[in-house]
Write a protein that binds this ligand. Structure first.
Ligand code: PMP
Length: 426
């Protein structure tokens, strides 16, 4: 039964049992209307209420400033790898076009009026200056950088740091910022706040991405969303799939600085992008379109938004005025307990990432020096006592204990007890 096990899968990850129990009810009969939540129109008053409540909860929990917009999309985290490039490159081009038109023609002109002189200048600027900076610290930021290269060409992607170079070809560290090689005027700087596969998390917001000259900062928080306090105002864009900390698979949340939306920032004319050899994104990934339609440009899975809203309002009522700092404390405690026992038995366990970059969410370690048989036995023993989902990502192997928000303190304690017992027995 559900109450007999603790699940440590990285995502989809556990959801609070009370939310699932309530979900089972509303699937059949929402608000006693006789129809289920998956059957109501996404444009109904009920759906609008769910959407508004979920947004409000998220804004409260994370103290999201008023000049930020919250969007719900269906792209998955991976879809946003592409959306980031489409949207921010398009904004970069339009800004450059306006400036070029002012200088070449003496007026910013309409979007359509790019003329020969402006076009030639833009072509040159794209070739020489369009740079997207990626901090590659694990498998997901690597994938995001590869998607950027696929869309705009590798020549426009600057890998400002590849942490494997500082760690024998493997992820597991975050090199000091003094070693990063940022572009002079990057269209944006991208990082993955928590690398789910490699167990690497940024301990804090990078200093070099702060201040007036800093580029637009984009962060993938898919696997540590609402698990710690975040100064949203430092980011242009934060995104994450819901299926780890927030809800079930199906929606992706984007928190976006409003100045990136019209009228402050316009997207470039698709014809101009095409003429410049730059990609034009699908409409369902177009943030301005999604924002203009209150995330209802097309059919939004309202049930998924409802689940996220329930999880968030649960956190609100659990932690009250502490807001997300309350969850952060619990997260830190659970991580400290588990790393504590792993460090206590260095002859049995080896934590994969460097101490300074250890993730609070995904604890990656090896058992018995990475011996396949020993790790298999470790996992079998864990399953016997109801500790599930501990197998590491298929690309790296080993053991991974993901302790997303809904993994209870009790679950973490049971894992600690198993780790102790296993270490003493070998
Ligand atoms: N980013 C991170 C940090 C992830 O952990 C994942 C999924 N595990 C993704 C992006 C991709 O998300 P999706 O599967 O929703 O595309």
């Amino acid at each position: 039964a559900r109450s007999d096990v603790h699940y440590f899968g990285a995502g989809p990850a556990p959801l609070p049992t009370n939310v699932l129990e309530e979900a089972a009810k509303v699937l059949l009969n929402y608000k006693d209307k006789g129809i289920g939540i998956c059957e109501i129109s996404h444009r109904s008053a009920d759906a609008n209420e769910i959407l508004a409540n979920t947004k409000t909860s998220l804004a409260k929990l994370l103290d999201i400033p008023d000049d930020y917009e919250i969007l719900f999309l269906q792209s998955g985290g991976s879809g946003e790898f592409s959306a980031v490039v489409y949207n921010l490159v398009s904004i970069w081009v339009e800004k450059r076009r306006v400036k070029a038109a002012e200088q070449e023609l003496g007026s910013s002109g309409s979007v359509k009026s790019w003329g020969d002189a402006v076009f030639k200048r833009l072509q040159k600027e794209v070739a020489e200056e369009l740079k997207l900076d990626y901090l590659v610290t694990g498998s997901w930021s690597l994938k995001a950088s590869q998607e950027a290269a696929r869309l705009v060409g590798a020549e426009h992607v600057n890998v400002a740091v590849d942490s494997r170079k500082a760690n024998d070809g493997k992820f597991g560290v975050i090199p000091p910022e003094s070693e990063w090689t940022p572009s002079k005027k990057a269209a944006f700087a991208y990082f993955c706040d928590n690398e789910t596969v490699d167990g690497v998390e940024f301990p804090a917001f990078p200093k070099s991405l702060e201040g007036e000259d800093a580029p637009l900062v984009v962060a993938d928080m898919s696997s540590n969303f609402i698990s710690r306090k975040v100064d949203v105002s430092k980011y242009a864009v934060i995104f994450g799939g819901a299926q780890k900390n927030i809800g079930n698979t199906g929606i992706t949340i984007v928190i976006l600085r409003k100045s990136l939306l019209p009228p402050a920032s316009a997207a470039a004319d698709p014809e101009l992008l095409r003429a410049l050899g730059l990609p034009v994104g699908p409409i369902v990934l177009d943030w301005p379109t999604i924002a203009k339609n209150n995330s209802l440009y097309n059919t939004l899975p309202i049930f998924d938004v409802w689940i996220a809203g329930q999880v968030m309002s649960g956190l609100e009522s659990t932690y009250g005025v502490k807001k997300i700092s309350g969850q952060e404390e619990v997260s830190n405690d659970k991580a400290a307990m588990i790393y504590g026992v792993l460090d206590k038995y260095p002859e049995v366990y080896r934590v994969v990432p460097h101490k300074s970059a250890r993730s609070r969410m995904n604890i990656c370690f090896r058992v018995g020096g990475g011996d396949a048989e020993k790790e298999k036995a470790f996992l079998t023993g864990a399953e016997k006592v109801g500790l599930l989902g501990l197998k590491g990502h298929r690309s790296v192997g080993g053991i991974r204990a993901s302790k997303d928000n809904a993994v209870s303190l009790d679950g973490a304690k049971k894992l600690v007890a198993y780790l102790e017992g296993y270490a003493k027995a070998v």
